[in-house]
Ligand binder design. Structure first.
Ligand SMILES: C=CC1=C(C)c2cc3[nH]c(cc4nc(cc5[nH]c(cc1n2)c(C)c5CCC(=O)O)C(CCC(=O)O)=C4C)c(C)c3C=C
Ligand SMILES: [Fe+2]
Ligand SMILES: [Fe+2]
Length: 364
């Protein structure tokens, strides 16, 4: 068998019957594509408007008829919200890198997971990330993986709990990108991982670390999850159950009583009833009922973002303090913490089953 070298250094098998003008065929690899929600490119009006328009036009997120929703979105919401959300993003922006924290953290998570997987599988694996809204787009990263010779792809939406508004829409978008590939790679999606012992363990360790650093133990740990309309639960979305189970497993892993931990839901949007209790109201109620010291953790977010850094650590903190609360501790998301990176890598490896095992390793 003859070999020739590709521009990227990969080796191409050239069989004697292959004509000289045969399109370039790269050495086969497996691609791992991590996906998060997305974030605006800047906090100015037009960057915010572009991002919010794409996000809030997604029918998995807001499922009203476009005939009713689009005029309201385009005329009312997108003339005001880019300003208020832009102000919120400005308060958390990573000015040094010129990007939002979600982007910085996702990049770092990708680098760490890449290193862990390369250690194990070497050049047979490529690891990258994409966003559901904005850039880097899912389509561009699927294309890039194909160009790098990834003949199989594992797609991993980085949401611990499943929701149609997050996991499913990320997967939909991935499959849409695959529709445009001439040579479509076999693909797998990594399911929600809220009940993986290694994820629960990483969460528990972060709580233990935060509590150990405090002079006074908080009266209660509030697990604040991103909300969705209550109707989505009634229509079959298991997100609410996944959230409550996360809290229960965390409580069990910590060896705590029911009274030491609770679940709440944040970020209500629009006039509908969302999952209750609402975090902003519940922390005020806790303060009024004598829980003067609380800690808040956000297990639905794999990375700190506007919802945690601004909404929890600024708005929700203020609601607690205004109601007489004395000590508010925000426990950061797992971000690129080592135990978190190992848990996510373990979920990926499980979904690589048979693709990179000795003997079936593509390209070898
Ligand atoms: C309006 C409906 C929304 C639903 C339903 C929703 C579900 C949902 N979202 C996340 C995770 C994130 N959301 C983030 C920001 C964000 N979410 C909404 C609206 C809904 N989310 C808006 C309008 C925004 C933008 C900010 C704002 O204007 O308030 C983010 C942060 C992105 C960042 O750049 O930092 C995340 C992450 C989950 C997990 C979820 C349901 C399960
Ligand atoms: Fe959201
Ligand atoms: Fe929010």
């Amino acid at each position: 068998m003859m070999f020739d070298s590709n521009p990227d250094g990969a080796t191409q098998a050239k069989t004697p019957h292959m004509p000289d003008d045969h399109p370039h065929v790269r050495r086969e690899k497996v691609g791992v594509l991590l996906a998060n929600l997305g974030t605006p490119d800047g906090y100015d009006y037009w960057s915010m408007r572009r991002y919010l328009n794409e996000f809030l036009s997604d029918k998995r997120v807001i499922d009203y008829s476009p005939w009713v929703w689009q005029p309201l979105l385009q005329v009312v919401i997108l003339s005001k919200r880019p300003f208020s959300s832009g102000e919120a993003y400005k308060s958390i922006w990573n000015e040094e890198k010129g990007e939002s924290p979600l982007m910085t953290i996702t990049r770092s998570q990708t680098a760490k997971i890449r290193a862990l997987l390369k250690d194990r599988f070497g050049d047979a694996i490529e690891v990258d990330f994409c966003m559901r809204y904005g850039s880097p787009s899912t389509k561009a990263k699927v294309r890039k993986m194909s160009e790098l010779g990834c003949r199989r792809i594992v797609f991993f939406p980085l949401y611990p709990q499943y929701s149609g508004a997050t996991t499913a829409t990320a997967n939909d978008h991935f499959f849409r990108a695959l529709m445009e590939e001439k040579w479509q790679p076999p693909a797998r999606t990594v399911p929600a991982y809220f009940d993986r012992p290694s994820y629960i363990d990483a969460l528990a360790k972060s709580v233990e670390r935060a509590y150990a650093a405090l002079e006074n133990t908080p009266d209660i740990l509030v697990c604040s999850y991103h909300g969705v309309p209550q109707r989505y639960l009634n229509e079959g979305d298991p997100y609410h159950c996944h959230c409550l189970k996360t809290t229960r497993l965390l409580k069990e892993r910590l060896g705590w009583e029911d009274s030491q931990i609770t679940s709440t839901f944040q970020s209500r949007f629009g006039p509908e009833e969302w999952l209750r209790p609402y975090t902003v109201e519940e922390v005020a109620r806790l303060a009024k009922n004598g829980k003067k010291r609380i800690a808040v953790i956000a297990p639905a977010f794999s990375a700190d973002c506007i919802e945690t850094l601004e909404e929890i650590n600024e708005e929700i903190r203020e609601s607690f303090e205004d109601a007489g609360g004395q000590e508010f501790t925000y426990i950061p998301c797992l971000n690129d913490d080592d135990a978190h990176m190992s848990a996510l890598t373990e979920a990926i490896v499980e979904n690589l089953g048979g693709w990179l095992d000795a003997g079936t390793r593509p390209g070898l």
